[in-house]
Design a protein around this ligand. Structure first.
Ligand SMILES: *[C@@H]1O[C@H](CO)[C@@H](O)[C@H](O)[C@H]1NC(C)=O
Ligand SMILES: *[C@@H]1O[C@H](CO)[C@@H](O)[C@H](O)[C@H]1NC(C)=O
Ligand SMILES: *[C@@H]1O[C@H](CO)[C@@H](O)[C@H](O)[C@H]1NC(C)=O
Length: 271
């Protein structure tokens, strides 16, 4: 697994704060849905493969020299679990050569940070459905990724060091419209800022919200942080607009952070 490990990150603390039970719940929930019979897209040439990668927020492609090996059926079984991910499979030597594949590999391509993760031969050998499903859950970052304990581990494994959270109740009437605008803004910051949604209606997200010292009355709000030096800032908002999100991100990236929380945090033990 070629994954660059980034440093200590706010979210990683949150992950370590005993949220493990929800992790299993997520996986079980996802594997319930086996009613439809979908298959990965069979990729026989390079343009078709590029097109799938270019057109998908997250694409997962199995490059196999031999499609009779056991991992191939495990791979195929993932398609039903992940409806918002494109699955492809290829055994074309032309395609494998183009992607520099010399051994059986499962590769995840995502647009949000132009990230590519590879599971190579050795890791594939011992892979079962639960492990592969967990890998996909963790690393499938979208334009807007909903926060969960599993995804927190994925946020820890990207080269993008600035993360923006929209903290909002998904049950609120403004949610749909807000998400559309938030998503639109996300595309403007490809490779620069990762956009995350935190559903404030979920009790288990309380830790994230209180970490940023946001009160119920201040929501919805934006929270932005830098994983390297623990800089962060928040902005309570009444409505999400592309401009507002853009200004907030630009300001933070330029270093015009409103407050420096590092000093404040020095006396704080942990979450
Ligand atoms: C996919 O994107 C790459 C890089 O942006 C580009 O070179 C290639 O032409 C695109 N291919 C297709 C089929 O859209
Ligand atoms: C790819 O797999 C298909 C289906 O099993 C098989 O018919 C074909 O010969 C394989 N192609 C290569 C290049 O191995
Ligand atoms: C394959 O490897 C070559 C040489 O390292 C590199 O230039 C090329 O971009 C790689 N191809 C892909 C699709 O990653």
């Amino acid at each position: 697994m070629k994954i660059s490990r980034s440093r200590c990150l706010i979210i990683s603390f949150i992950l370590m704060c005993g949220l493990a039970p929800e992790v299993t719940a997520d996986v079980e929930e996802a594997s319930d849905d086996l009613s439809t019979t979908q298959e990965p897209i069979w990729l026989t040439d390079i343009p078709a493969t590029q097109e799938l990668i270019n057109a998908s927020e997250v694409a997962i492609i199995g490059f196999f020299q031999d499609v009779e090996i056991p991992i191939v059926s495990v791979f195929r079984s993932m398609v039903q679990q992940f409806q918002d991910i494109s699955f492809g499979i290829s055994n074309s030597s032309e395609v494998l050569t183009h992607y520099n594949i010399t051994k059986n590999s499962i590769c995840l391509f995502r647009l949000v940070d132009n990230g590519q993760l590879h599971l190579d031969d050795e890791s594939i050998e011992n892979l079962d459905a639960a492990k592969l499903s967990r890998f996909i859950h963790i690393h499938s970052l979208h334009w807007v990724t909903e926060y969960s304990p599993l995804i927190a581990a994925g946020l820890f494994n990207t080269k993008v060091q600035t993360h923006l959270l929209l903290v909002m109740n998904k049950a609120s009437p403004e949610y749909e419209e807000s998400l559309l605008r938030y998503r639109k803004a996300a595309k403007l910051f490809q490779g620069q800022v990762l956009f995350v949604l935190v559903d404030s209606g979920k009790k288990e997200n309380g830790r994230v919200i209180s970490y940023f010292r946001l009160k119920e009355s201040q929501l919805p709000a934006l929270a932005i942080y830098e994983s390297v030096d623990d800089k962060w800032d928040t902005l309570p908002i009444t409505a999400v607009t592309v401009e507002k999100v853009q200004d907030f991100c630009d300001g933070f990236l330029k270093g015009t952070v409103l407050r420096d929380h590092r000093a404040e945090d020095a006396g704080k033990e942990e979450l």
